[in-house]
Design a protein around this ligand. Structure first.
Ligand code: ADP
Length: 529
């Protein structure tokens, strides 16, 4: 038969275990433990103080405590006791915190309890130890000074052990919650799309960036499978399913990289690279796959640009070089004599082709300078109409099939800008108008003003531009298909540079076209007020 005392002790411990499993907050579990311990040991009051947590290396050197639960203690006593707790750090702490701190504290507390108004004769204290670490202490204060029996100490130890478990649980829980918050912040703050799959490819996480990339909301992605949600426009090779069929990730645990075009919810395609990283449990069973989804459009564009650059440049360099070499070689033949006219014609071709080469090299240098850091302008005030007229006269001497006319209204203002650069921009537009109207025809350059800007337009009745090309022709090395099929030479740099010049003047450049019947290029420059 259990004695009444034992029954009460058992009931208390049962309640405490229940409180622990119900995951009540730490303070209320500790208060419950303290109340039970005080009652069982016929104490007047009790305290549980926990060692303050410190980060890193300081852990061993500093030992300060804060009260986390108290029972029956007067506020005055608490205040005194708090001071005692904050001043426990001593060099002895470094050696064996549990022994020294408790002994030191107990002694000071004893003195405090006996002093003045408190009139408490006995204190029983026990350290709270979790996995060998001192996490706090439990103290019961009594009115009599009679020494504590072995049995009492045992009881107190049982309560102290439970309190230590509660503290450890609470701290682990806090640590896990903190890590979860960090993980959530990492997932949601990431610029890359991230999804977490279970071993059966069910989607467990789908972050904001991935929702943006794919157009699929987390609500509709969660709970569906990888293959239901990731829609490739055409199945990439390798892909997740095939790689698994071949033994990934068990054969090789290194991440799997898949690249392809994702079909977005809008029906558009997006080039992405997905890195799948497996996570195993202790028994080497696959538990999760973490997939990082990255938009690789820019990377693809850069690759594309590189190959366009090589093909355009090699073609554009080859043509003039082989012409120059051909004509020079012919002129140098010793077995033939050439008329003066033939010699002149040949040298003219050589000169023109050398000019073309020099022009191409200039444009290339200019384009790379532009990429490195924009354009520096040399600003002056000048008459754009005069400049345009001079330019048109120069170009008119080079063509008989085109008729170049210039029209500027009377009130056209002087403009502020970089004369050299604007001349270069106009030259590009005019030479394109001639180049892309192989059957000749009129070319008109006109100026007009609005309240805020001047607008210059250059129009021709040439091959025109397909509607889909109207924006792209201003990109580096971009040439419309129509230019290629009409076998017009060019490197796709002129309009890129022209746009840069106009934008450096805070202006805009755009084109209208009637495909097959001509184009009109316009640029604007703000008027300084
Ligand atoms: P390039 O003429 O050396 O190819 P540009 O940058 O000057 O390079 O022009 C880019 C592309 O824009 C050309 O390849 C051509 O397809 C198109 N383009 C430019 N001007 C005209 C025009 N006046 N008419 C039709 N297409 C044009």
């Amino acid at each position: 038969m259990l004695t009444d005392y034992r029954i009460r002790q058992r009931d208390h411990l049962l309640q405490i275990v229940r409180a622990l499993t119900q995951q009540l907050d730490l303070e209320s579990v500790l208060t419950r433990i303290l109340r039970a311990a005080t009652e069982m040991l016929a104490g007047r009051a009790g305290l549980i103080a926990l060692r303050d947590q410190v980060d890193g290396d300081d852990k061993k050197g500093i030992a300060t405590f804060s009260i986390h639960a108290q029972h029956g203690v007067s506020p005055e006593f608490l205040e005194h006791f708090e001071t005692v707790l904050k001043n426990t750090t001593s060099s002895a702490v470094l050696v064996d915190p549990a022994r020294y701190i408790i002994a030191e504290l107990e002694q000071r507390l004893h003195m405090l309890a006996r002093s003045g108004p408190f009139n408490l004769e006995g204190t029983i204290g026990l350290p709270l130890e979790a996995r060998g670490d001192l996490v706090g202490l439990l103290l019961v204060l009594r009115a009599s000074a009679s020494p504590s029996s072995q049995n009492e100490m045992k009881i107190l130890q049982a309560f102290a052990d439970h309190a230590a478990v509660a503290v450890t649980n609470a701290r682990l829980y806090e640590q896990v919650s903190q890590e979860k918050r960090q993980l959530d912040a990492l997932l949601e703050g990431s610029a890359d799309g991230i999804m977490i799959l279970d071993s059966g490819h069910l989607i467990l996480r789908w972050n904001k960036a991935l929702a943006q990339l794919s157009g699929v909301t987390p609500a509709s992605a969660l709970g569906s499978t990888h293959d239901e949600t990731i829609n490739w426009s055409s199945t990439p090779d390798p892909n997740l399913a095939d790689a698994e069929a071949r033994g990934w990730p068990f054969e090789s645990a290194s991440p799997l990289y898949v690249e392809g075009n994702l079909l977005q919810s809008t029906g558009e395609e997006l080039a992405v690279g997905i890195t799948y990283a497996p996570i195993f449990d202790r028994n080497k069973r696959l538990v999760n796959i973490i997939a990082n989804v990255r938009d690789i459009t820019r990377f693809r564009e850069a690759e594309q640009l590189k190959s366009t650059f090589i093909s355009v440049i090699s073609h554009e360099l080859k043509t003039p070089v082989s012409l120059i070499k051909g004509y020079a070689g012919t002129l140098l033949r010793e077995d033939a004599t050439w008329t003066k006219d033939t010699i002149n014609e040949s040298i003219t071709v050589i000169e023109e082709e050398a000019d073309r080469l020099a022009n191409l090299i200039d444009n290339l240098l200019e384009a790379s300078r532009l990429q490195a850091g924009g354009i520096e302008l040399n600003i002056s005030t000048f008459n754009l109409e005069n400049l345009t007229k001079q330019l048109s006269r120069k170009f008119q001497t080079q063509t008989t099939e085109h008729e170049i006319t210039v029209y500027f209204p009377k009130n056209f203002p002087l403009i502020e800008g970089d004369q050299e650069r604007l001349l270069q921009a106009l030259s590009n537009l005019l030479s394109n108008a001639i180049k892309y109207s192989p059957n000749g025809g009129p070319i008109k350059i006109s100026g007009r003003t609005t309240r805020r800007e001047i607008i210059v337009s250059v129009s021709d009745l040439g091959i025109g531009l397909p509607i889909g090309e109207l924006d792209r022709i201003f990109n580096r090395f971009h040439r419309a298909k129509t230019a290629e099929t009409s076998h017009t030479p060019g490197a796709g740099l002129g309009l890129y540079l022209t746009r840069a010049v106009i934008e450096a003047h805070h202006g805009r450049i755009w084109v209208d076209s009637d495909p097959g019947h001509g184009s009109t290029f316009h640029f604007s420059i703000p008027i300084k007020t």
